[in-house]
Design a protein around this ligand. Structure first.
Ligand code: KG4
Ligand code: ZN
Length: 350
């Protein structure tokens, strides 16, 4: 079964074609992505209206590119999957609208997939796919969750953030340091040159005894530290650009300290989830899963305890169409999709 996947929930238009037979390993036949980062950079963040309009411009040319990669035609597609949420309403409407139109035109079923299920299952397209059951750490710009995963569609929430997501903590700290959008990768790059022990940042809920997270306080701690350093700078406090008077080394030290705080909490809580559930496999998915320090610390901790950690391919860590097509394919294999649904029917997976 060849599934065309469309992702348009935020600032990336992703289209992909996945072959997921009734049995066997799903295969990626084609994959194309357009990132809107450059367009939104001037505004310091995603502008929803611009995002929607750009998805409209990109989605069909990307679909053509994917079909060309696979050497197939639209008529070879057996089903269409699209992100149904969560995300920006206008942006989602583009993907779901196009998916539905293709479904009606081609006489194929259309499946609305939860964006986080796409992230969660994305390691199944990697060279080292996990086996069920496992614990999943989902760390994106909007979510931070630990789940017990017993199979496709069999998810139990173990804990989640009570305020900001881990990606948000990266992005907001980056903004306070005057780094551009998207902040996460920029902060991670700057942190490589910093001393993570120069300043101490809080690790909220580290010893709370549950598997919840809280990252809102980190933003305030970073703000306080930046203000303190700005006051101490010879040029005096800046008015418009708070972090301007900081030296490059001070900024790098703050970045490294903030990253270390986020990573330590994510690692400790993931290990606690594994020990609480008695499971020995961890899957890390979502944009923050691309973070090098998080991967290094998780891998080191796992090696010490004889645990396995699985990640999606780096290119599939952030938003993409492949994970949406894959999620639909795995749902179909698990008997959770109406594969014989009437043409153009919009089937919404829970
Ligand atoms: O999964 P994703 O692409 O989109 C959402 O579903 O939110 O995740 C985006 C988030 C952003 O907050 C971004 O700053 C963060 O992932 N991110 C990173 C890195 N790459 C992306 N955070 C830390 N280190 C990275 N290397
Ligand atoms: Zn995402």
């Amino acid at each position: 079964m060849r599934i065309l996947g469309i992702e348009s929930s935020c600032d990336e238009t992703g289209v992909a074609l996945v072959d997921a037979g009734v049995q066997g390993v799903p295969r990626l036949l084609g994959h194309a992505l357009h990132s809107q980062i450059e367009m939104h950079q001037a505004y310091g963040g995603v502008v929803p209206e611009l995002a929607s309009r750009d998805h409209i411009r990109r989605v069909l040319p990307l679909t053509d590119a994917v079909l060309a990669q696979a050497g197939l035609a639209l008529s070879d597609v057996d089903a269409i999957a699209c992100t149904r949420g969560p995300g920006l309403a206008g942006a989602l409407l583009v993907g779901t609208g196009v998916a539905h139109a293709l479904g009606v035109a081609l006489g194929r079923p259309v499946h609305g997939i939860h964006h986080l299920e796409g992230h969660l299952l994305s390691p199944f397209l990697s060279a080292d796919p996990p086996e069920f059951p496992f614990v999943a750490l989902l760390v994106s710009g909007g979510h931070t969750q630990l789940m017990r995963v017993d199979g496709v569609g069999r998810y139990t929430l173990l804990g989640e953030t009570i305020d900001d997501a881990a990606g948000e903590a990266f992005d907001k700290s980056a903004k306070l340091l005057g780094l551009g959008y998207p902040g996460g990768p920029a902060l991670a790059r700057l942190a490589e040159r910093g001393d993570a022990t120069a300043y101490r940042f809080p690790r909220p809920l580290l010893h709370s005894g549950d598997l919840d997270f809280s990252f809102a306080g980190l933003k305030t701690a970073v703000l306080t530290q930046v203000k303190r350093l700005a006051r101490a700078a010879p040029e005096g406090p800046a008015t418009s650009r708070l972090a301007d008077p900081l030296s490059e080394q001070e900024k790098a030290d703050v970045a490294a300290g903030a990253q270390a705080a986020i990573v330590e909490v994510l690692v400790k809580k993931s290990l606690a989830a594994l020990s609480d559930t008695g499971l020995r496999r961890l899957v890390v998915a979502g944009g923050v899963g691309a973070n090098t320090r998080l991967r290094a610390e998780l891998n080191a901790a796992a090696a010490r305890r004889g645990l396995r950690v699985h990640y999606p391919e780096l290119a599939l860590c952030t938003d993409n169409g492949a994970m949406i097509a894959l999620a639909a394919g795995l749902r179909a294999q698990a008997g959770l999709l109406a594969t014989d649904a009437p043409a153009g029917r919009f089937d919404v997976a829970p």
